[in-house]
Design a protein around this ligand. Structure first.
Ligand SMILES: Nc1ncnc2c1ncn2[C@@H]1O[C@H](COP(=O)(O)OP(=O)(O)OP(=O)(O)O)[C@@H](O)[C@H]1O
Length: 376
């Protein structure tokens, strides 16, 4: 657990980068610091491992005041990942990852074996071990940065915009793999980003800072979206927050049976269903796409399928269910089980009714009841 207790950092020129910040980053969880440029995110992070000294207040790591811990000892228990990875350019990948274990006195063989294991863990082919950082893509370099920070298995990880320097597709992959890895490792992580979507995706809790290093709100992502503390947070979180908050909500979807045809079905079979759009499944009942009977010549072929609709998992979010329903050419969203097999379909209005019911917001309008008058 990392605790900020009334932490202030004023630089000699008078800039107050962090002002009276108090917050707790729980053990085994990801705490994201997010906020506009210059709001003191990096300064806050670097005070944890004493790369920057505090002006006043205290930071405790597992109950111990960092001011009383030798900086080298402190940093041994804290992995640090930065933007552009910050790899040593003249060292090979395996040597980069082995840096801290070797400093800790591990023998070369053990450090090397650990590095190879970590390369695999972060999704890097071990055949790259002997390459130099410039011979890797930006995304691969970031993975090496994460592997290097994990090498000595520190309980705490500080991550400063680690995925910002790569394109959006690679960033998403890195985020997904990071979450998978954290699911296995359960580190105490403080993660800095200026990207609210990244904060909401990765954080168990999100701290929104305003300029001057003031805490505007500390909350789990769903709460941040549903109940922003003030206009600053609401603006920062963004406009479609109501819709995005559905990403954190689950519900029992009212799935209805959906007639299907197999791939290779004849035109007669497809027409026999008697619907304008017919769902096509493979031999394991995995949805393959929709087909219009008028578009089938001879038999249903894969290349003629409409694949535009998304597929929702029955235990997935209401956002995914609504998206499946809205994106389906048939107007019915495809719902599958955990193995990707068809369970049935849902209509947009059924998902919306579920959302209303879950929120306790149904006011009877849909049933023709007049909404209550505003009585003053
Ligand atoms: N050495 C320094 N001397 C004076 N002011 C500094 C120094 N380092 C940082 N600052 C100021 O402290 C404030 C916070 O900086 P910090 O780098 O922590 O912000 P940040 O939220 O990480 O910003 P960004 O998202 O742009 O990286 C800024 O106003 C910055 O200009």
């Amino acid at each position: 657990m990392i605790e900020f207790d009334s932490v202030t950092k004023a630089y000699p020129d008078g800039t107050v980068a962090v002002g009276d910040l108090s917050l707790t980053a729980p053990s085994g969880r990801i705490t994201v610091l997010v906020g506009p440029s210059g709001c003191g995110k990096t300064t806050s992070l670097r005070m944890i491992n004493r790369m920057i000294d505090l002006t006043s207040g205290r930071i405790l790591v597992d109950g111990q005041d960092t001011a009383t811990t030798d900086p080298a000892t402190l940093r041994r228990g804290i992995g640090y990942v930065i933007q552009h990875a910050g790899l040593f350019p003249h060292r090979t990948i395996v040597d980069n990852i082995s840096t801290v274990p070797l400093l800790l006195g591990w023998d070369r063989e053990k450090a090397r074996a650990r590095s190879m294991e970590l390369m695999e863990r972060v999704g890097l082919d071990t055949s790259m071990a002997k390459r130099y950082p410039t011979q890797l893509s930006g995304g691969q370099q970031q993975r090496v940065g994460v592997a290097r920070a994990l090498a000595a298995d520190p309980p705490v990880m500080l991550m400063d915009e680690p995925f910002s320097a790569v394109d959006p597709v690679v960033r998403e992959q890195l985020q997904d793999e990071f979450l998978r890895l954290q699911g296995e490792l359960g580190k105490t992580i403080v993660f800095v980003t200026h990207d609210i979507d990244e904060a909401i995706k990765l954080g168990d809790q999100v701290a929104v800072l305003r300029v001057g290093g003031k805490l505007a709100q500390l909350a789990p992502p769903a709460e941040l979206l549903a109940q922003p503390a003030d206009d600053f947070v609401a603006d920062f979180v963004g406009r479609d927050r109501g819709y995005r908050s559905l990403g954190f909500r689950r519900g029992e979807l009212p799935v209805s049976p959906e007639p299907t045809v197999p791939l290779g079905a004849s035109v007669e079979q497809v027409r026999g269903v008697g619907a304008p759009w017919v769902l096509v499944v493979d031999e394991d009942r995995r949805p393959q796409g929709w087909v219009e009977p008028s578009g089938v010549e001879g038999s249903v072929r894969r290349e003629r399928l409409h694949r535009g609709g998304t597929v929702a998992s029955v235990d997935g979010s209401l956002r995914a269910a609504l998206d499946a329903a809205l994106s389906s050419p048939a107007g019915r969203g495809v719902v599958v089980d955990g193995d990707g097999r068809l369970l049935g379909t849902v209509l947009p209005r059924e998902v919306l009714a579920l959302i209303e019911a879950e929120s306790g917001h149904g006011d009877g309008r849909a049933a023709g009841v007049e909404p209550a008058q505003d009585v003053r």
